[in-house]
Design a protein around this ligand. Structure first.
Ligand SMILES: [Zn+2]
Length: 287
């Protein structure tokens, strides 16, 4: 069922909310809170299409496929009229009446849910991962263990984010960071994310999906490997690969770059020119 909620009276800007099933457990799935992260939006619309043709459900799925409506229209991260990052101002909002109206509506949906899953993109040269404060709360870890994806990392816990504020309120929340961003979506990873969501809904007992997988590995926080050099980085490592401390990550202008930690490679500065102090790779630390 589709509902449109006016989030700001003067402009009449509307938020699209889709709701399927009834009763508990209930999950809120959001995407496009950063308006340029389109792979999550693609997966959310694919889920809507799927649920439009699903008869048997045990629980409620609420979907907001595009949270940052104006940012999405402009294919940019922030709300273009006040430059607010919507995923920094929960639960009270900030800036324009449009931002405040969106935050209020989404927070009400989150507050009346048992779980919150927010879909993001971490760039085109990244590997998907679940982000949460799983070490802080058992109920968050239980939720993350039900998410049908094999890489889980610890969030920095920065306040104002939807999944963080929900988690502190006793509603387990997590982000899935997938591949894409800057106004482009990656079909392959969007299709994979869609399967991950169906697997998660299966694990939560909301609907049946045969390919669900609960196996996963938890890692610590994401560390950036900063460059001491300037030039084109040539990575020797693959995304999603595990590395040990001092393993060679690649080279830049003939200089070898080694990994300062052991962990899993979730992002690489591939296909770009890197300046001194910029990130060459993002690695989540093994625990
Ligand atoms: Zn994002």
């Amino acid at each position: 069922m589709k509902k449109e909620v006016v989030v700001e009276e003067f402009s009449g800007i509307k938020l699209r909310i889709y709701r399927y099933g009834s009763g508990s457990p209930s999950i809120l799935i959001t995407a496009g809170i950063h308006g340029d992260e389109l792979t999550g939006v693609y997966a959310a619309y694919k889920l809507i299409e799927h649920l439009n043709n699903t008869e048997k459900m045990d629980g409620t799925v609420k979907i907001v496929p595009v949270v940052n409506i104006l940012g999405f229209l402009a294919r940019i991260r922030h709300n273009p009229i006040d430059h607010v990052d919507l995923n920094r101002v929960f639960p009270d909002g900030m800036g324009s009446t449009v931002t405040k109206g969106i935050i209020k509506t989404v927070w009400e949906l989150a507050s009346s849910s048992d779980y919150v899953l927010d879909l993001h993109c971490a760039g085109h040269y990244s590997y998907p991962y679940i982000l949460s404060v799983y070490p802080d709360y058992d109920y968050v870890k239980t939720f993350v263990d039900n998410i049908s994806w094999h890489v889980s990392i610890e969030s920095s816990g920065q306040r104002g984010q939807l999944f963080i504020e929900a988690s502190h309120q006793g509603i387990p929340g997590a982000i899935i960071e997938t591949v894409g961003g800057r106004g482009y979506y990656m079909k392959r990873w969007g299709d994979e994310l869609f399967k991950t969501i169906l697997g998660t809904l299966n694990n939560l007992g909301i609907l049946e999906y045969g390919e669900a997988d609960k196996g996963k590995k938890h890692y610590g926080k994401l560390k950036r490997v900063k460059s001491d050099y300037e030039g084109f980085f040539k990575p020797y490592i693959a995304l999603g690969q595990e590395v040990a401390e001092d393993d060679v990550l690649g080279e830049i202008n003939g200089n070898i770059v080694k990994s300062p930690i052991s962990g899993i490679v979730l992002g690489v500065a591939e296909g770009t020119y890197v300046f001194k102090g910029e990130s060459l790779a993002r690695i989540a630390e093994s625990i």
